[in-house]
Design a protein around this ligand. Structure first.
Ligand code: 16G
Length: 271
């Protein structure tokens, strides 16, 4: 491999036959080396030279090819993992992160995850994290209006489309409404519909969050990545709370969209 310095002092490395094989490649000039390398990898991904799922050479090989230290490679790669551009799989190496399609979600319709995805023609499935009847927490007792001795049904799922995890959902319902949590197969709302308990109204609270280690691992993103914490409290037409669900959505896959209409401005003009 040839390595030289370009006119502007930039690093010129020899990388040609395939993307990571020999041939001249010019890293952008200026700035710390690890940032030059990071930008070079990002450009290669954006330009399609390396594709989602492609493996990166080992730290040692990449350092040799671009003629930088392994510490520089490690720093660039760690930064790209943090940004969600690369993923590291224990024991098998570093890969270009799978590309995720952004999902646009209306905030004015009370729909279920399964319905939302079906409307987009997206296949959806779940990995069960928990499903059972428990003693309710004080918070569940208050929100769900449980009486003493009542149990709470908890169903926690990782929701995916294909191989891509989109959200973690942890739902709590009264044990009277859902006496057999194992009866939920693909859709909770489908089951609630069958038993006449489908919610007709919901209040949703959305907060920004940085994902902790457990949630980040489930959603296959780097610890600290942006996420959306959503709490949905759903009601029956009678006003009774039927469901309290805490969800964590990947920040890089969801756009929540609300339609706004001109409100009553008469108060403003009187002021
Ligand atoms: C949505 C709801 C969740 C509900 C689930 C039912 C949000 C933030 N959350 O994901 O509260 O439990 O749908 O989906 O929209 P399912 O009928 O497909 O199980």
């Amino acid at each position: 491999m040839r390595v030289a310095t370009g006119d502007r002092g930039e690093i010129v490395a020899d990388l040609s036959s395939s993307f990571f094989a020999d041939g001249p490649v010019t890293l952008s000039s200026g700035g710390p080396l690890y940032l030059q390398l990071k930008r070079w990898i990002e450009d290669a991904i954006q330009g399609g030279a390396i594709k989602p799922g492609d493996a990166l050479p080992s730290e040692r090989d990449l350092a040799l090819k671009v003629d930088v230290s392994r510490v520089t490679v490690r720093k660039a790669v760690l930064q790209l993992v943090k940004d969600g551009v690369l993923v590291q799989r224990h024991g098998s190496g570093t890969f270009v992160a799978p590309q995720t399609q952004r999902v646009e979600q209306s905030l004015s319709q009370l729909t279920s995850f399964t319905e939302d995805m079906a409307r987009r023609g997206m296949e959806v499935h779940a990995e069960w994290l928990d499903r059972g009847l428990y003693l309710p927490s004080p918070e569940e007792t208050v929100i769900l209006g449980l009486s003493s001795g009542d149990q709470v049904a908890r169903i926690s799922r990782l929701r995916l489309t294909g191989e891509t995890p989109l959200a973690i959902e942890r739902a709590s319902l009264s044990g009277r409404v859902l006496p057999d949590p194992l009866a939920v197969s693909d859709s909770l709302y489908k089951l609630l519909d069958k038993t006449g308990n489908r919610p007709t109204r919901a209040i949703q609270r959305i907060r920004a969050a940085n994902l902790g280690p457990e949630d980040a691992a489930l959603l296959q993103v780097a610890v600290g990545s942006a996420g959306l914490n959503i709490e949905r409290t759903s009601y029956l037409a009678s006003g009774r709370v039927i469901e309290f669900t805490r969800s964590i959505y990947r920040g890089d896959t969801y756009d929540f969209v609300a339609e706004l209409r001109l409100g009553d401005t008469s108060g403003a003009s009187k002021a």
